[in-house]
Design a protein around this ligand. Structure first.
Ligand code: IFM
Length: 482
């Protein structure tokens, strides 16, 4: 095809045989049934019911009602043709108060889910903690106290014994950065605290919980493949100025290195320990032997990637404006003295996140070069857009198709560069409860009509099904005078 002097060529990029295609969800975001079958309250139940905490006062009380519509959702997964489905177990369904005996009815729900996946030849990929901490544990100090890690280990033992015969791939934690820094630092997530010292303590106790879970999983499920899912980013300085380079280093330290270094190198980064030295209790909660527990060998790393980020030192915001950037306060890192830059002209999602797939390739290559050659799964990637059902009853989300196409192609670039990426999971199967944004942001490849619970596969669902089927991605290059 040729337009005004430029030509567009389509290429097919095949993935290695056996590449694992999947999609992901999380318990509180889709299940609903908040009090069914003995489920106890979680910090997200409490937080979402707090006036002003979540957009429009939305809660996860009903969400996608997946708890009651599970078989329909399993059929959607079957139609999609995924090899794996990543879901999370809600701790308060299994232990309504966060400790004590298992609630069998809660476990039965996940047993039905796992059986339904196996019936359809879909591998369950189970996340043990995707943010729904039982409220009584938060009342006792939450992730700021060591005891919560001990309680997590007990809970993991229950789930592993109940489901281990049919689940091979286990993810201890989803995005511990969000649980700690958004939950206890910025207050944007449950439990909604604004205390940097507590956020740092939570960071450590979450990683400790991860480490404590590993031997439990290995003993209960000898064939288990165990990993952790981190939300990582590619932080670029807005200029070569040494202050901006240092600002990017701080952002990288908080989001990436505070997790990658303890997990893969058995230590916390010195610059971050120094930065948080006066935040109490902060990292003073570390005890002898903890880093050894945290850095036990894993079988894979889960990487969640959504957007790149460009930052400058807060003192240099004016220079960045003069250079043509839009400068925004950085809500992610309130204590790091950084400002975020928006690159003029770059497309954004409905989350206001810039779209740049090359950040995913750069991140994957960096992980391989600096941290691990273990298999990597991209356990989440996707985009929210302002979707709508058109008069013909279709959701033509071509912007999401383009996003997924570019990012899957970026994964291919990483594989070409020798990175051991073994799978990719789209976030998300369903439109769902997007945390502080409630139901205002739609990430699904399946539209959910929240008042009725009806599901409608979007254009991206069909596109992803074809991609899985062909085990390849199409991408277009444009060459010419344009
Ligand atoms: O919806 C979340 C998910 O729960 C964790 N990772 C990021 C997604 C989009 O914000």
């Amino acid at each position: 095809m040729s337009t005004s002097g430029s030509s567009i060529t389509n290429h097919t990029r095949p993935f290695p045989p056996g590449f694992l295609w999947g999609t992901a969800t999380a318990s509180y975001q889709i299940e609903g049934a908040a009090t069914a079958d003995g489920r106890g309250p979680s910090i997200w139940d409490t937080f979402s019911h707090r006036p002003g905490a979540v957009w429009n006062g939305d809660t996860g009380d009903v969400a996608c009602d997946h708890y009651h519509r599970m078989s329909q959702d399993l059929d959607l997964l079957g139609e999609l043709g995924v090899g794996a489905y990543r879901f999370s177990v809600a701790w308060p369904r299994v232990q309504p108060t966060g400790q004590g005996p298992a609630n069998q009815r809660g476990l039965d729900f996940y047993r039905r889910l796992v059986d339904g996946l196996r019936d359809r030849n879909i591998e369950p990929t189970l996340t043990l903690y995707h943010w729904d901490l039982p409220q009584p544990l938060e009342d006792a100090g939450g992730w700021c106290v060591r005891d919560t890690a001990e309680r997590f280990a007990e809970y993991v033992d229950i789930v592993a014994r109940a489901l281990g015969d049919d689940v091979e791939r286990w993810i201890t934690l989803n995005e511990p950065w969000c649980s700690s820094w958004l939950g206890y630092g910025t207050g944007r997530h449950a439990p909604g605290l604004h205390d940097i010292g507590k956020a740092a303590a939570a960071n450590h106790h979450l990683l400790l919980a991860h480490g404590m879970a590993i031997p439990i999983l290995r003993s209960a499920v000898p064939s288990a493949k165990v990993g952790i899912t981190l939300n990582l980013g590619d932080h670029r300085p807005g200029s070569k100025h040494e202050l901006d380079v240092a600002a990017a280093q701080r952002a990288d330290g908080n989001l990436n290195r505070l997790f990658l270094e303890p997990v893969f190198r058995g230590r916390y980064p010195e610059d971050m320990l120094a930065h948080y030295a006066t935040s109490k209790p902060g990292f003073s909660v570390i005890q002898d032997g903890d880093l050894k527990i945290i850095s036990q060998p894993l079988d894979f790393l889960g990487v969640n990637y959504y957007f790149p980020s460009t930052v400058v030192d807060e003192s240099r915001a004016t220079e960045a404006r003069l250079a043509g950037y839009f400068v925004a306060p950085n809500e992610q890192f309130p204590d790091l003295r950084v400002r975020s830059l928006e690159t003029p002209g770059r497309d954004k999602t409905a989350m206001d996140w810039e779209i740049e797939a090359s950040g995913l390739t750069a991140l994957l290559v960096r992980i391989r070069d600096e941290y691990t050659t273990l298999p990597i799964y991209v356990t989440e990637n996707g985009a929210a857009f302002d979707d709508y059902v058109d008069p013909n009853g279709r959701v033509l989300d071509n912007n999401r198709v383009a996003y997924l196409q570019e990012h899957i192609s970026a994964v291919h670039d990483a594989i070409d560069a020798g990175v051991n990426v073994q799978g990719y999971f789209v976030w998300s199967l369903l439109d769902n409860f997007e945390w502080a944004f409630g139901y205002s942001r739609r990430f699904g490849i399946v539209w959910v009509d929240f008042p009725t619970g009806e599901r409608l596969p979007k254009e991206s669902f069909h596109w992803y099904r074809d991609t899985i089927h062909s085990n390849s991605v199409e991408y277009a290059t444009s060459v010419g005078s344009g």
